[in-house]
Design a protein around this ligand. Structure first.
Ligand SMILES: *Cc1c(COP(=O)(O)O)cnc(C)c1O
Length: 354
């Protein structure tokens, strides 16, 4: 605390990201990073962009990248907004589109950055409880609101909502913006980007961090009606004219041009997820159905925090959230098959009942 801080800073409770330990040789299954390397074409594009042009500012609008993303999803470039990570895109979304008289709605169990942005931008919000099975029911959002946001699949549960449900929500909510945060959509879901041309109040946010193995490059984007994108551009251009550097833009463009390695990695992760889910169920865990690159699991007889500590002593890091309703779950990122086997053999010992 300091007397020199602005008033709002005293009230902030910042987001705590999963740790990035400095120790080598750990099996890191705590931040949903992709276990496979990015496409070699991405690395080549970044290396080619590391040239003397770095003395020049990048394109402030990242036009080529926006065109590539628009082509990929069958949109116009003015329906696409890019930013330095989807967290940054989300921050602009909260400020530009979600601050209104009525409260913003999001699930009680959801991405824990949402209430942080509400604190930063002084946005009133109300949480809507997931049901007893940790499912989101769109009917629960039929109430006055200044906007709706949730991840699909949800985080940290991994549960997927079908496009029919999202369309049902959009049909009944026309007067405020609906934001679908699709950080994990490539691991088994269908993107709501296909609904954008029919719903001018729909905004879909995606990231290259998870399914495209580029958490270190920091690139995210939003897709929606050109009027929503224009609002985001106003905020962005009042904050940072050049959010994407030359290397990030070059790498991101190349990522969308290598469909093959992307599809292959997603398939591998989904296959490992199904095998890991079966192995954990065999050990007595309850595993929520996941369409993401992580699973959310609990054991009826063992304390999640103790299991996390036990794993940690064996060099495996998973995420545990000390939060109401979910403090007996572990969120486990899907790694390689070898990492998955290592995880299962440690858990086998930890849950052995004698
Ligand atoms: C990982 C994640 C993000 C942030 O992704 P970045 O682009 O790396 O900032 C946003 N939303 C959800 C739900 C996430 O899990």
């Amino acid at each position: 605390m300091s007397q020199y801080w602005s008033k709002v800073v005293h009230k902030l409770t910042p987001y705590t990201p999963g740790e990035q330990p400095k120790m080598a040789r750990l099996i890191k299954l705590n931040t949903n990073e992709n276990p496979y390397p990015p496409s070699p074409q991405v690395l080549a594009a970044i290396q080619a962009a590391a040239n003397t042009d770095l003395r020049l500012y990048p394109d402030p609008g990242s036009d080529r990248l926006r065109e590539v993303i628009a082509n990929y999803h069958g949109l116009q470039a003015e329906q696409v907004f890019v930013g330095n990570s989807s967290d940054e895109v989300l921050a602009h979304v909260f400020q530009a589109l979600l601050k209104h008289e009525q409260p913003l709605l999001f699930p009680d169990i959801s991405y824990s950055f949402y209430p942080v942005y509400c604190g930063l931008y002084e946005i009133d919000y109300r949480t809507v409880a997931l049901d007893a099975d940790y499912r989101l029911n769109v009917a629960d959002y039929a109430q006055p609101n200044g906007g709706i946001i949730f991840p699909n699949p949800n985080a940290p549960t991994g549960c997927l909502l079908g496009l029919e449900q999202i369309e049902h929500l959009l049909q009944n909510n026309r007067d405020s913006v609906v934001v679908i945060d699709e950080a994990y959509i490539d691991f088994g879901g269908n993107t709501a980007i296909t609904l954008i041309n029919r719903y001018p109040n729909l905004l879909v946010v995606q990231t290259l961090s998870k399914s495209r193995s580029l958490a270190g490059l920091r690139v995210g984007f939003a897709a929606g009606h050109a009027d929503l994108i224009a609002g985001l551009n106003r905020v962005k251009n009042s904050f940072n004219s050049y959010p994407l550097d030359r290397l990030a833009a070059a790498g991101a463009i190349a990522a969308f041009e290598d469909q093959a390695s992307f599809a292959q990695n997603c398939q591998a992760i989904m296959a490992t997820r199904e095998r890991l889910t079966a192995s954990l169920a065999h050990l007595g865990f309850e595993v929520l159905p996941s369409a993401a690159n992580f699973i959310f699991a609990r054991h009826p007889d063992f304390d999640a925090q103790q299991l996390a500590q036990g794993l940690r002593s064996s060099g495996i890091i998973v995420r545990h959230f000390k939060l109401p309703r979910i403090d007996n779950f572990l969120r486990i990122s899907i790694g390689t098959d070898a990492e998955s086997r290592a995880l299962v053999s440690v858990l086998e010992v930890l849950v052995k009942q004698d």
